[in-house]
Write a protein that binds this ligand. Structure first.
Ligand SMILES: C[S@@+](CC[C@H](N)C(=O)[O-])C[C@H]1O[C@@H](n2cnc3c(N)ncnc32)[C@H](O)[C@@H]1O
Length: 289
C-alpha cells in the first residue's frame, strides 16, 4: 500500500466517513510525520489528534506527529504546526543520500521532496568546482554536493539564523568542514561583500527571489562563463509549454543584465499547489560583448 493509501485507510478507521476530508499526503522527516490541515475542513483539533495517535502507533519508526496549519511563508519558508501525538519534539535527524541533517521543522525549511533534485545537481557538479548556494537552508543541497561531487568549495548562504546554526552543525556531522563554508545573511549582501567572482556554479533554490537576485548570481561567477540553477514557480498547462516559458523568462532576465544563455534545460522539480509546479532551469550563462 502507498503511504497516501495508508493515511486514508487509517483516517477512515479513526474518523469514519469524515476521514475522506484528510489529505493523503504525509511527509516523513526523520522520525517525525507531518500531515497537512486542509484549508476547509469540518474536522476538529481533537479529530486530528486521534488520527495523529493512530499514525504514531501504526507507522513504523514514527515517534512524533505534527499538523501543518499554514502554508509555507516567506522569508524563511517555514510553516506553523500543531503537535498531535507522540513525543512533543520538533527536531530530528533527517537522512538523505548517505548524509545526516539535524533539522527543526518549526524553525527551518526542509522537505524530502527535493531529494532527487539534490542528487541531480550534485551529479552535474564537477570535481574541483567552486559553488555558491544562495539560499541554502540547513545545508542539505550543499552537503550532498560536497559529499558526492568533491567540489573545492561550496559557499552556503542563509538569512535565517536557525537554519545557519543547524547548517554549521550539519557541516560538522557530515565531516565536510573543509568544503562547505556557511555564511549568515542576505544572499545579495553576502555575495557583494565576500563572493564576487568566485564561482563556477550558482544555485538559487528559492523561487521567490531567483529572478530578483539574478544580478548577484552573475556577480558571483568567476569567469565569463558559468552555470546557474534557477528555480521558478510556474502555472502548469497540459502541453507542458510552461517548461519552455520558464527558460524564456530566465533568458530575458539574464539578457537584460548583459549576459546570454547559449544552453538551458528545464524540468519539473515537484508540484507545489493546484496547477503550480516548481521548475528548475539549468542555464549555461556567458557574458556578452
Ligand atoms: C526553499 S529554502 C532552501 C531549501 C534548501 N536549499 C534545500 O534544498 O533544502 C529557502 C531558504 O532561503 C532562505 N532565504 C530567504 N531569503 C533569503 C535571502 N534574502 N538571502 C539568503 N537566504 C534567504 C530561507 O531562510 C530558506 O532557508
Amino acid at each position: 500500500m502507498t503511504r497516501g493509501k495508508i493515511v486514508k485507510s487509517i483516517a477512515r478507521e479513526v474518523l469514519g466517513s469524515r476521514g475522506v476530508e484528510v489529505w493523503s499526503r504525509l511527509e516523513l522527516i526523520g522520525d517525525i510525520a507531518v500531515i497537512k490541515k486542509p484549508i476547509k475542513t469540518s474536522l476538529t483539533l481533537e479529530d486530528f489528534k486521534a488520527l495523529g495517535e493512530a499514525l504514531a502507533r501504526k507507522i513504523p519508526g514514527v515517534k512524533s506527529v505534527w499538523l501543518a496549519v499554514s502554508p509555507v511563508a516567506s522569508p524563511y519558508k517555514t510553516r506553523s504546526y500543531v503537535h498531535l501525538a507522540g513525543e512533543e519534539r520538533a527536531w530530528t535527524i533527517y537522512r538523505e543520500h548517505g548524509c545526516s541533517f539535524k533539522v527543526d521543522i518549526t524553525r527551518v525549511f526542509v522537505t524530502p521532496r527535493l531529494g532527487y533534485e539534490h542528487l541531480r545537481v550534485a551529479s552535474l557538479t564537477g570535481r574541483g568546482e567552486v559553488v555558491v548556494n544562495m539560499f541554502a537552508g540547513v545545508g542539505v543541497f550543499s552537503i550532498v554536493i560536497a559529499k558526492i561531487s568533491k567540489p573545492r568549495a561550496v559557499h552556503s548562504i542563509d538569512i535565517n539564523v536557525d537554519a545557519y546554526n543547524l547548517m554549521v552543525e550539519n557541516v560538522k556531522i557530515n565531516g565536510v568542514e573543509d568544503i562547505v563554508i556557511p555564511h549568515l545573511g542576505d544572499a545579495a549582501r553576502v555575495v557583494e561583500e565576500k563572493l564576487v567572482g568566485v564561482a563556477d556554479r550558482v544555485l538559487m533554490p528559492l523561487p521567490d527571489l531567483a529572478l530578483e537576485y539574478a544580478p548577484y548570481a552573475l556577480k558571483a561567477l568567476k569567469g565569463p562563463r558559468g552555470f546557474i540553477h534557477f528555480y521558478l514557480h510556474m502555472g502548469m498547462d497540459k502541453k507542458r509549454e510552461f517548461l519552455g516559458k520558464a527558460v524564456d523568462i530566465v533568458k530575458s532576465k539574464v539578457e537584460s543584465l548583459g549576459w546570454s544563455i547559449p544552453n538551458a534545460n528545464s524540468r519539473v522539480v515537484r508540484k507545489v499547489g493546484p496547477g503550480l509546479a516548481q521548475v528548475a532551469v539549468d542555464a549555461l550563462v556567458e557574458k556578452t560583448g
